[in-house]
Write a protein that binds this ligand. Structure first.
Ligand code: PBG
Length: 322
């Protein structure tokens, strides 16, 4: 007898039978960029095919996505410099355009799953995710601002809050505050293992949110480390997270796998801006087949153990399914 693994690849029908992983539109969350104003749709230079929308056009975009079967969205705001300050007060101003847009989206589409970003950087004149004092990023003082932001977003009707800043203790702090204020149904998808990555570059262009000094290495994780991800996951579990997220996705498939093997919570992965842009750019040059590369990327992230993927490919992927 000779082992012949190729027998299980001999026809499409057989290959379909033995196929272990399938990506569906139901696994995807589509990140959307919001700007203030009306009738604005501005392409992000470093992310071809991805736009910053004003709320009126974002509603249209969501309607189009629903027709394609995309039901989950994560909205990120791009704030002008004039509204930023050191303590990110605009983040919890109930009349700020981000919170108004979240309310509007939920009012128009109550059936969708709406996720929001909880971090100071879009509103911070320092461009950091935490309060800055003497060049240092303060942790516990930042939590209070995250708390106010979380309550404001929960009040706007958000389904899932996404604390994305890697401050210690933020998940527990936010969970307690939500519960004490009656928002027991508002979920938390923790950015559990978020690495200090070069692959966020295009996102920071989209939001004009690059740090004004230094880098994010005192709070985001070192790409060299995997054990710390287990510490972070332990804490997020204890603190009451509903989902654990790994970010970026492609260079961190081992981390996704470790969390998925060791934790019973659903694992999400953020297939970040740079991971989208590099495939878009190569495809535009004719160096890669866009659809096949996109499919392979999403498949590999799911195979590694992520049930949920936040991805700028969502719309292109969904278009191919209908
Ligand atoms: C910041 C935040 C970032 C992303 C999501 N939330 C960037 C950063 O940490 O600088 C990156 C997403 C992407 O690159 O697609 N709160």
């Amino acid at each position: 007898m000779q082992r012949r693994p190729r027998r299980n690849r001999k026809s499409e029908a057989v290959r379909n039978l033995v196929e272990e992983t399938q990506v569906t539109v139901k696994d995807l969350i589509f990140p959307l960029f919001l700007v203030d104003g009306q009738k604005k749709q501005i392409e992000v230079a470093s992310m071809p095919g991805i736009y910053r929308f004003s709320i009126d056009l974002m509603l249209k975009e969501i309607e189009e996505c629903l027709k394609l079967g995309i039901y989950s969205f994560d909205v990120f705001p791009a704030y002008p410099e004039s509204l930023k300050n050191a303590i990110a007060t605009e983040s919890y101003n109930p009349e700020t355009f981000y919170l108004r847009a979240l309310r509007e989206i939920k009012k128009n589409f109550p059936e969708i799953c709406l996720m929001s970003d909880v971090a100071m950087d879009p509103y911070s004149s320092d461009g950091h995710d935490g309060l800055v004092k003497d060049g240092k990023i303060l942790n516990d003082e930042t939590l209070q601002i995250l708390g106010r932001m979380s309550l404001a977003q929960a009040d706007a009707g958000v389904d899932i809050l996404g604390p994305s800043d890697m401050m210690d203790g933020r998940v527990g702090y936010i969970r307690n505050l939500l519960d004490d204020n009656g928002f027991t149904d508002t979920s938390i998808m923790s950015y559990t293992a978020k690495y200090a990555s070069a692959f966020y570059g295009p996102f920071r262009d989209a939001l004009d949110s690059a740090p004004k000094f230094g880098d994010k290495k005192t709070y985001q994780m070192n790409p060299a480390n995997s054990k710390e991800a287990l510490i972070e996951a332990d804490l997020d579990m204890e603190e009451g997270a509903d989902f654990l997220m790994v970010k970026p996705a492609l260079s961190y498939l081992d981390i996704i796998k470790q969390l998925s093997d060791n934790y019973p919570l659903p694992i999400a992965a953020y297939n970040v801006s740079g991971e989208y842009s590099m495939i878009k750019a190569a495809a535009e040059k004719g160096w890669l087949d866009y659809d096949r590369s996109m499919n392979e990327v999403l498949l590999s992230i799911k195979r590694a153990g992520a049930k949920i993927m936040l991805t700028y490919f969502a719309k292109d992927f969904a278009r191919k399914q209908v």
